[in-house]
Design a protein around this ligand. Sequence first.
Ligand code: PSU
Ligand code: MN
Length: 307
Amino acid sequence: MPEHCLVHPEVAGALASGTPVVALESSLITNGFGAPANLAIAREQEQILRDAGVQPATTAVIRGRIKVGLMDEELEFLASGDASIHKASRRDLAYLQASALSTGTALSGGTTLAASMLIASMCGIRILATGGIGGVHRYAAQSFDISADLVELGRTPVAVVCAGAKSILDIPGTLEYLETMGVPVLGYQTGTVPAFYSSDSGCFVDYRLDSPGQAAEVIRQMESMKLDSGLVICNPIPKEFEIPAERLEPVIEQSISLARQKGISGKRVTPFLLRQLHQNKELNLVEANMALIRNNVRLAAQIACAL
Ligand code: PSU
Ligand code: MN
């Protein structure tokens, strides 16, 4: 195991013995949901994996140390909203680790998909489950706002099970970027790219997967060729939780203009937009968001077992 990660003994044991392991990100605990939904979903994802015989490996930076596999107190801490907890992408990891040695306060971080993939790959974990990937933002031609998740997918060999990208993003633009980075975008039992809250963005996936075994075979092929890039497995939100795009769209555009008015930029953009959406009283987006995460974690468990 890499010396700069503290891998929980259960995770290390599972990796050594060939027990399936699925990595989970923690920025959705620190930035994706408010309390109490954040702690509930953090615990539930781990439980779904354990029930399927899979070892969960939630990644985070806890008081200056990168951890893989968290204790319940650590999930509680991440969900607490403590001011020392940052949103941690690839570029934040070194500073947060250094904080334990060089400043008075050891800082913590909820790891984004990008950082979580990187940490998973350092430890030999091959699959990660999340809600939605970051992407090319709307109006990126002016703002240059493109998530580091996409670059990470282009350079780090971890398969990511997600419900597509949120429709706060430019989905065709996101797909173009993934194509440029050489990242396959596959649909699980669908030929279309889901858009997080809805099962169809109107865009097509590269290929369709019909079984966990087929997904596992694609992962094995990528590994045997040492492509060193990621894979996006799109799993549409269950039908009963879908939110019609025409109800969502006005709220999204309102939230984006509010973000611009307030001068929100950089890493604050995505958490701001997610908070705006979740605060909307007419749309029960928190429930839908939790449902699609559960669905993704279940599929990731099946693929991990097939691997
Ligand atoms: N999309 C969601 N929920 C989330 C995120 C994205 O639907 O919680 C989080 C993920 O952790 C993702 C990060 O990696 O936001 C992307 O942030 P940015 O756009 O700043 O790269
Ligand atoms: Mn950004």
